[in-house]
Design a protein around this ligand. Structure first.
Ligand code: 3PG
Length: 394
């Protein structure tokens, strides 16, 4: 795939799709990692003398009232601070104002236009990749740089649609994500250990299958472990359970043999709350009326031993309900174990586990923290990402 270094930038109007879909609370950005990760491409384009037009989606825009809380204005402000250079915010997604603001850009200047999903209010034009919209946005620039890895699993007008109409190349972040995740799944240094958590087997089934065929060990945690327990005939009490996936879990375990590891103990609670009564019990001894909310200390120890030996680690999904402080120890323990491995490539596949690692202060201990949630999962499943495939369309 061509990258931003393979095209002429100087004096060109460069359209750049970023993923600025950042978490907001009361209009404040609570985690700016996705903005920070886009800086290398932005800085490169500006230093090469490009006229830079940035855009992104933010949240899901369903009704007129969403516009107020889903404006990208706070992102323009944060970006201005991070760049140390004014990022002009244009509160439009099309039209004369936007077009003249783009024409007024000098080389080395940058603007950000409004949330691409504002176009969803009128027939889901962005999310359904309306061909007219992709064509229109493409008409605003000379070349298209897609750096929005986090959105690469979506086939939308602002990525796939533009790529169909204009020369489209990858930015540094997209390139880096594909390299780290791609090497891990296609050419890992071994042992390759994958550690997967999260609430539901159904969300992760294809990732588990795909990684079982590639990794040397797959360690399971989180709510989905209990569906596997059920398949083993264990009592799971009130723990999260997907009855309709028990058979599937059974088949997976049979195929995987000793490659697949399940938690050997759990922290169980008598209620789904941080203040519930809790105790640690072995895997096959969850009492009736209790539910597993975290993996126990013996599991953390066992998983840490596997992780210590690894040369490649991919982690996706928390080990328990880590939003509850009293049930976060499993996730913290695993995070620490991965952060402390020497000489391994350690990758977090985005989403909750990325947030957990950052908030624990381990962000810089990992080789790579993906900016993609859904996108990294789909990539790990072995699926082609439509926005990446579209880079060669024109
Ligand atoms: C994400 O946060 O996973 C991406 O920005 C995509 O967002 P979406 O799930 O709303 O399409």
């Amino acid at each position: 795939k061509k990258t931003v270094e393979d095209i002429q930038i100087k004096d060109q109007t460069v359209l750049m799709r970023a993923d600025f879909n950042v978490p907001l609370k009361d209009g404040e950005i609570t985690d700016d990692n996705r903005i920070v990760q886009a800086l290398p491409t932005i800085k490169y384009i500006l230093s090469e003398g490009g006229k830079l037009v940035l855009f992104s989606h933010l949240g899901k825009v369903k009704e007129e009232a969403d516009k107020e809380k889903l404006t990208l204005r706070p992102v323009a402000e944060r970006l201005t601070e991070l760049l140390g250079q004014e990022v002009t915010f244009v509160p439009e997604t099309r039209g004369e104002k936007l077009e003249s603001a783009i024409k007024a850009l000098n080389p080395g200047e940058v603007l950000l236009f409004e949330n691409t999903r504002f176009e969803d209010l009128d027939g889901k034009k962005e999310s359904k990749n309306d061909p007219e919209l992709g064509k229109y946005w493409a008409s605003l620039g000379d070349v298209f740089v897609n750096d929005a890895f986090g959105t690469a699993h979506r086939s939308h007008a602002s990525n796939v649609g533009i790529s169909a109409n204009l020369e489209a190349v990858a930015g540094y972040l997209l390139e880096k994500e594909l390299k780290f995740l791609g090497d891990a799944v296609n050419d890992p240094e071994r042992p390759f250990v994958a550690i997967l958590g999260g609430a539901k087997v159904s969300d992760k089934i294809n990732v588990i299958k795909s990684l079982l065929s590639k990794a040397d060990k797959v360690l399971i945690g989180g709510g989905m472990a209990y569906t596997f327990y059920k398949a083993k005939g264990y009592n799971v009490g009130n723990s999260l359970l997907e009855e309709d996936r028990v058979e599937l879990a059974k088949n997976l375990m049979e195929e995987a043999g000793d490659k697949l590891l399940l938690p050997v103990d759990n922290v169980v609670a008598d209620d789904f709350s941080n203040d519930a009564n809790s105790k640690v019990v072995p895997a096959d001894e969850i009492p009736d009326g209790w539910e597993g909310l975290d993996v126990g200390p013996a599991t953390v120890e066992k998983y840490a031993k596997e992780l210590e030996k690894a040369k490649t680690v991919v982690w996706n999904g928390p080990m328990g309900v880590f939003e509850f402080e009293n049930f976060a120890k499993g996730t913290i323990g695993v995070c620490e174990a991965i952060a402390n491995i020497d000489g391994a490539t350690t990758i977090i596949g985005g989403g909750d586990s990325a947030a957990a690692a950052q908030s624990l202060g381990y962000g810089d201990k990992f080789s790579h923290i993906s900016t993609g949630g859904g996108a990294s999962l789909e990539f790990l499943e072995g699926n082609e990402l439509p926005a990446v495939a579209a880079l060669d369309n024109k």
